[in-house]
Write a protein that binds this ligand. Sequence first.
Ligand SMILES: Nc1ncnc2c1ncn2[C@@H]1O[C@H](COP(=O)(O)OP(=O)(O)OP(=O)(O)O)[C@@H](O)[C@H]1O
Length: 701
Amino acid sequence: MPSISRSPLKEQKIGNLNQGSKASNKSLDRKHWILQQRRSLPIASAERKLVDEVRKNDTMIIVGETGSGKTTQLPQYLFNAGFCRDGKVIGITQPRRVAAITVAKRVAEECDVQLGQKVGYAIRFEDATSGSTRIKYMTDGLLLREALLDPILSRYSVIIVDEAHERTVHTDVLLGLLKKVQGARLKQHKLDKPYANNVVKFDNECHSSNTKFSPLKLIIMSASLDAKGFSEYFGGAKAVYVQGRQYPVVILYTYNPEPDYVDATVITIFQIHLDDNPGDILAFLTGQEEIELVDMLVHERLKQLPEHSRNILTVPIYSSLPSDQQMNVFRPTPFNFRKVILATNIAETSVTIPGVKYVIDPGVVKSRYYNPVTGMESLIIMSISKAQALQRSGRAGREGPGKCFRLYPESEFWKLIDSTVPEIKRCSLSNVVLQLKALGFDDIIGFEFMDKPSRSAIKQSLQELYLLGALTDDCKLSDPVGIQMARFPLDPIYSKALILSREFRCLEEMLIVVAMLSVESIFYSPREKLEEARSAWKKFSSPDGDHLTLVTVFRAAIEYREKSRAATNKEKSIDKSLSRWCRDNFINNRSLKHALDVHSQIKVYLEQMDMSLSSCGDDVLQFRRCLTASFFLNAAEKQPDGSYRVKANGQNVQIHPSSVLFRAKPECIIFTELIQTNQIYVRSVSRAWMPELSKYYDAES
Ligand SMILES: Nc1ncnc2c1ncn2[C@@H]1O[C@H](COP(=O)(O)OP(=O)(O)OP(=O)(O)O)[C@@H](O)[C@H]1O
């Protein structure tokens, strides 16, 4: 087995607080143990001070080491201090669903209540809260959606924006929105005061009255925050630092850069497994395909080990994995096994995965990048920031001392940028603009972003939304198209495709396409079985292109599932037989399941909007017309050399070899995916319907 330089490795200790042996805790009952653990968190000694500061300041920035207890404890301190006494709610936003769910579960357990009662969570399509919920964890996107219905977020006394350093688009829009809401609530509160006769006096102005519009407390929180930047954005808001770390984490670097981080990850997994103490491993990778590759490599190499050393259990976690499968990583590790969690940056912040003692960090991440000149977005693998490296190492050392293996030299670490470039500066803004318009912010350029996106990016997205019919001539949200588009939790171009497909009577097909395009790689082919896979896929292949091919795969899977259901009513058996079908047909079972999940979720939205499903049946021309009308911005024409020129921006692209049209090379295509490797490829390609396309482009263009 090749080896990376591990001995001697550079060691650097971070943190210094060791809480002593936990062996004795094992004998205590769980409640007592949890209580003891809570008391030993670094944040515990700062409870009084934090509560006092929140009372004194309407906006606050809290910075504290990973694992110090910010996410789980602060909401409980505020609850106990009376911030929910008048029925108000403390809301805590997370950039990711998995964090919202797992932290809420943990806090419910700490409070000894059933999840959904005092403590709950809400994420898109899932609401585990009730009328009695007072501590509510949610995704930042969900709070934005709530603001559509309740623009001053009247039910919240406190909103904590957690992991703000991630600077997702949702976080940034939320920050601007919350600033406005805070101003509006304060103004309203002052107006209300003279009429608030039945004041219930508590020790804090925040909950000192029964008026509907009490001021909103806002807390921005993270372990790796540019506190100064946030403080300035919020007009000099107070920043508080929580000192101390729960357990030490030893950081190890390689002496030389690793030429192949995937291979280095696999090697490190085995080095830990064979040489180190028991404890689960969390390895960060860039995406589903890489995770599946490492999974396969680990299993291949396991076969070379003696029987007694093969006790490794791999568990994947990435964003397009259905929620219930994501939760597998939190299940207890079977006795005598070592769990190896293969994760994207979804597991980078907030989460505590019980049992994890080792973190492997290759130092890369897959990020969205948008080119405002071409209007195209692509995914690029790039180096992480120092803040991300810190967060990753912070996933070890949460239940005891840990180790983090950085698969790059220490000198490389110091070259990393401090914090991630805000997503808003590197993604398409169409969705942001649509959401802001729906929230009533018409002047997008004047919106108070913490980091302003470029004017050209804003203009490009306004133009795109106008072309899609979401905006009127005077840049207002159009009724009903724009309003309907904003209701879908999808990219505007997909929302538009669904709305249009009703007109073309092919909503059933378009819904399948949108669901199948929401997941990574439906087709799956082990390198050694490529020919076998290709011949299995032939039966799904449509001469019209990849979109109708996806429709055929989806329908074949449904038909097979229904057949299995007729034979048995046991869900587990049905699941198993669908997995078998996927294996036989070289279809990625996980991706298909996710697509089925997304399909039923979007269907709920369609039902709510009274959009009934209709199928074009065998009239595929109807579907091609609709596809062309929906994605005319993604039309490309064949060039004499066999490459394609995107009509909207002149960019030169190639059809990806995985497309069913790779060899056919039709004159004009519609594509729905752009990927950038050493070349720019378009994937998911169909034949355009020329008469429809000519409505959007004049003859010369
Ligand atoms: N689901 C869980 N299972 C077991 N222990 C947990 C769980 N969630 C939290 N803990 C414990 O509580 C500690 C504090 O977690 P918390 O998420 O509040 O820290 P944090 O300061 O917000 O960290 P981060 O900045 O990494 O999100 C963890 O280090 C861990 O010991």
